[in-house]
Design a protein around this ligand. Structure first.
Ligand code: IDP
Ligand code: MG
Length: 170
């Protein structure tokens, strides 16, 4: 099978609960490699695009607040973003991450171990992981620039950033 890339986000609750190490140890069981990593404070627009498939859900606004860290406060108003890469990366990571609803996730998965349902009903489930190849490409391009990845995943084009030559997605 061809190598795949997938986006992982450690959400603000994962940071607030000091779970970064635990999450990365668990993901290391996949034997995938990390080809991009950054800390990000996404603006509302970016998060709305990230979760565009849920825009009609009653929990959408709360979900956007959640990923922006508005429910967890400073200094947890940020996420850690990673691109994991290797064979069957999307499915391998989703398996380790577990089901969307933390109460339904297998207890040994990341979400089953550390997630909870907030009193508002929102699933506070510690991590995001891309769910299919089309979503993975869309999400990676949203969170990373071409030169922030050590593998050339998708076509890129030259552009200027602060008057310096840079790369953008083609
Ligand atoms: P995923 O994160 O497992 O791919 P999505 O359906 O893409 O699941 O939902 C994105 C996020 O929205 C979830 O991770 C969770 O935080 C939240 N969410 C999804 N469905 C529900 C729901 O039915 N109730 C509350 N929160 C939800
Ligand atoms: Mg999803």
């Amino acid at each position: 099978m061809q190598k795949q890339a997938t986006l992982v986000l450690i959400k603000p609750d994962g940071l607030k609960k000091s779970l970064t190490g635990n999450i990365m140890s668990k993901l290391a069981e996949s034997k995938l490699v990390i080809i991009g990593a950054r800390v990000a404070r996404p603006d509302r627009k970016l998060v709305e695009i990230h979760y565009q498939h849920l825009k009609d859900k009653p929990f959408f606004s709360g979900l956007v607040d959640y990923l922006q860290g508005k429910l967890h406060g400073e200094p947890y108003d940020r996420v850690l973003a990673f691109v994991y890469y290797g064979e069957n990366a999307i499915e391998k990571v989703r398996k380790i991450v577990g089901a969307t609803n933390p109460e339904e996730a297998e207890p040994t998965t990341i979400r089953g171990s550390y997630g909870r349902i907030m009193t508002s009903g929102l699933f506070e489930n510690v991590v995001h992981a891309s769910s299919d190849p089309a979503d993975a490409e869309r999400e990676i391009k949203l969170w990373f620039k071409p030169d922030e990845l050590v593998v050339d995943l998708y076509p890129a084009k030259p552009c200027a950033h602060n008057n310096q030559p840079a790369l953008d997605w083609a």
